[in-house]
Design a protein around this ligand. Structure first.
Ligand SMILES: [Zn+2]
Length: 394
C-alpha cells in the first residue's frame, strides 16, 4: 500500500541511490535527477543527515566554476557496514564494506574445507564474526550479508544447489542467518557481477548481457530496465544453448550445450584431464590457466578452442537481445587466450562487432558481493538509478 510513510521511504531510497552511484551531489541537482520539489528534497535530505545516512560535503569537492558554491551531499560511509561472501570452486573470501562500497576488512578463507556444507558454513560464519571484530565494528553495525555463489537455477531460494562446489539442497541462507544473527541474501555469481558492472561503470547504456565462464557457463542480463537471470520468468540464459555437431553430454540430457562445450569442462576435455571430482577439476583448471600464462602452447590452444565455442552463444545473444554490451567474466572468461578465441571465431562467423561492445569483466569478486549486499540491505534503488545516464555536469 502506498502510504505517506512508504512514499517518503521510496523518495529517500531514490535520493540515497542517486548519491551513492553518482557521488557528491547538490540539492539542486537532486531536484533535477529525482523530479521531486526543492522543498521536498530539503526536508528529506535534512532527515537523512540526522539519521546518519548522508553527510554534507566540506566544500572541497564543491564546484566553484559557477561562481556560487553549492553544498554537496555525500553518502556517509560509516552509516552501516555490509558483509560480502564469495564462494566459488576455486576460492572463498569474505569482505566487510562501508556504506559506499569501500573495503574495510577482507579475508581469504579458501582454506575452509567445503566438502561438508553445513560444517563449512558454520566455519565461514565464525570467520565473518572475526573480521567484524577485527574492523572494530559491532554486529549491530552490519546491515546484512550478500552471498555470491555458483547456483543452479532452482525454484527455491532456501535450498541451494551449487554443482561446481558439489552442494545439493543446502539451506545456506538459514544456516548463515542463524549462525550470524544477520539477514542473508544469496545470488548467482553472474547476476551479482552484472550488478557491480552496472553500478561501477555507470552511466551505462540501456542493456547489458553477462556471461560467466568457469567450469560451466552461466549468464544474466540487464534488459528493459530489469536485472534478469535464469529463474526469472522469460529469461532462460545461454547455459543450455546447444552447438550443432558437438557431442559432449550435458546434465540437461542434451548434447553440445555451452555448459559443456565452451567452459572449463571443454578445456579439460581437450587436454585429456579428468574432471569428475570437483577438487581435481578445480586444480586442473588452475594448472591449465597457469601453464597457458607461462606460454604452454597446448593449454593456450585449449583455451582458444573453448573461447571459439562460446562465440556461437554470443552470436545468438547478439541476434536475439542486441545488447549494447556483452561482458565476459569468470576465471576462464577473463583469460586472455580464451577471449581471443571468442573474438576470432565471431569474426569467422561473419560478426563484425564494434570494439568495446564485448569486454572482459574487471569486477572483483568483492565488488560483486558488496554491491549486492548494499542493494539488498542499504540502498534498494541503486541499480535503477545507476543505469540512467545523468545529464552532463559540464
Ligand atoms: Zn544442457
Amino acid at each position: 500500500m502506498l502510504t505517506t510513510a512508504n512514499l517518503r521511504r521510496r523518495n529517500e531510497q531514490k535520493i540515497h541511490a542517486q548519491i551513492l552511484s553518482k557521488g557528491p551531489i547538490s540539492r539542486k541537482k537532486l531536484v533535477e535527477l529525482t523530479g521531486l520539489t526543492g522543498a521536498a528534497i530539503s526536508r528529506i535530505t535534512r532527515d537523512m543527515i540526522t539519521d546518519g545516512i548522508l553527510i554534507e560535503g566540506d566544500g572541497a569537492a564543491a564546484n566553484g566554476r559557477l561562481g556560487r558554491r553549492e553544498v554537496e551531499l555525500s553518502a556517509n560511509p560509516g552509516f552501516r557496514y555490509v558483509l560480502g561472501l564469495t564462494i566459488t570452486g576455486d576460492r572463498r573470501s569474505l569482505v566487510l564494506s562501508d556504506s559506499v562500497g569501500g573495503v574495510v576488512q577482507e579475508a581469504d578463507i579458501t582454506v575452509v574445507d567445503i566438502s561438508d556444507p553445513k560444517r563449512s558454513l558454520k566455519e565461514i560464519a565464525e570467520a565473518a564474526k572475526a573480521i567484524i571484530f577485527e574492523a572494530g565494528a559491532k554486529k549491530s553495525d552490519v546491515a546484512g550479508v550478500g552471498v555470491s555463489m555458483p547456483l543452479a537455477a532452482s525454484l527455491s531460494d532456501e535450498m541451494v544447489t551449487a554443482p561446481p562446489i558439489n552442494w545439493r539442497d543446502v539451506p545456506v541462507r538459514s544456516i548463515l542467518a542463524k549462525s550470524l544473527g544477520l539477514p542473508v541474501k544469496i545470488e548467482a555469481r553472474p547476476t551479482s557481477i552484472l550488478r557491480a558492472e552496472l553500478i561501477r561503470h555507470a552511466p551505462i547504456s540501456d542493456s547489458m548481457f553477462l556471461i560467466n565462464v568457469a567450469y560451466g557457463v552461466g549468464s544474466s542480463a540487464y534488459l528493459n530496465g530489469q536485472l534478469v537471470h535464469p529463474g526469472t520468468p522469460g529469461f532462460g540464459g545461454i547455459t543450455h544453448f546447444a552447438i550443432q555437431g558437438e557431442t559432449a553430454e550435458c546434465s540437461c540430457g542434451r548434447q553440445g550445450c555451452l555448459e559443456v562445450c565452451a567452459g572449463g569442462r571443454r578445456v579439460l576435455d581437450t587436454l585429456g584431464l579428468p574432471h569428475d571430482e570437483f577438487d581435481q577439476r578445480n586444480r586442473n583448471i588452475a594448472e591449465c590457466l597457469a601453464s597457458a600464462s607461462t606460454g604452454n602452447e597446448v593449454a593456450r590452444s585449449a583455451l582458444i578452442d573453448a573461447g571459439g565455442k562460446l562465440a556461437f552463444g554470443v552470436d545468438a545473444v547478439l541476434a536475439m537481445f542486441d545488447p549494447s554490451k556483452i561482458v565476459i567474466s569468470g576465471e576462464i572468461g577473463r583469460n586472455q587466450h580464451y577471449f581471443e578465441g571468442l573474438l576470432a571465431q565471431l569474426k569467422t562467423l561473419g560478426r563484425n562487432v564494434q570494439q568495446d561492445r564485448i569486454v572482459q569483466s574487471s569486477i572483483k569478486s568483492h565488488d560483486a558481493t558488496i554491491w549486492m549486499a548494499l542493494q539488498s540491505f542499504v540502498a534498494p534503488e541503486i541499480v535503477n538509478v545507476s543505469t540512467v545516464p545523468t545529464s552532463s555536469h559540464l
